[in-house]
Design a protein around this ligand. Structure first.
Ligand SMILES: O=C(O)C(=O)C[C@]1(C(=O)O)C=C[C@@H](O)C=C1
Length: 114
């Protein structure tokens, strides 16, 4: 007969597991901050979307985006973050914002034609 299987989770965590737990707690805090900051950014861009729809301005502003990319790449470089990653992340967020702007503009066109 085989002896009872022993648990792979020790009762008192060894130093490596303790350090992993500590780092994961920081990661969870950072992820929460990111979600809150993104929610705040989207609240702001929703207002921009409504303003643009009212003023008949186009959803996208490529020249503004060029300036944002330039600025974010510089910030990323200074912070030792990969600038290509920072640019891709911004492009991903802005693509979603433009989708929201287009939906707001379509809604306001429909409301005017009702
Ligand atoms: O600043 C604007 O005009 C916006 O609509 C906001 C925003 C952004 O998410 O930062 C989104 C779309 C534009 O192309 C540029 C920037």
């Amino acid at each position: 007969m085989n002896p009872e299987p022993t648990s792979s989770v020790p009762c008192t965590p060894d130093p490596a597991h303790k350090e992993l737990e500590r780092l994961r707690a920081s990661i969870d805090n950072i992820d929460a901050a990111l979600v809150h900051m993104l929610a705040e950014r989207f609240r702001c861009t929703q207002e921009v979307g409504k303003l643009k729809a009212r003023a008949h301005l186009p959803p996208a502003d490529p020249s503004r985006e060029t300036r944002q990319i330039e600025r974010l790449r510089q910030l990323a470089q200074d912070a030792h973050l990969d600038p290509d990653f920072a640019e891709k992340f911004l492009a991903f967020v802005i693509r979603e914002v433009i989708r929201h702007h287009e939906a707001i503009a379509a809604d306001s066109r429909n409301a005017r034609n009702e």
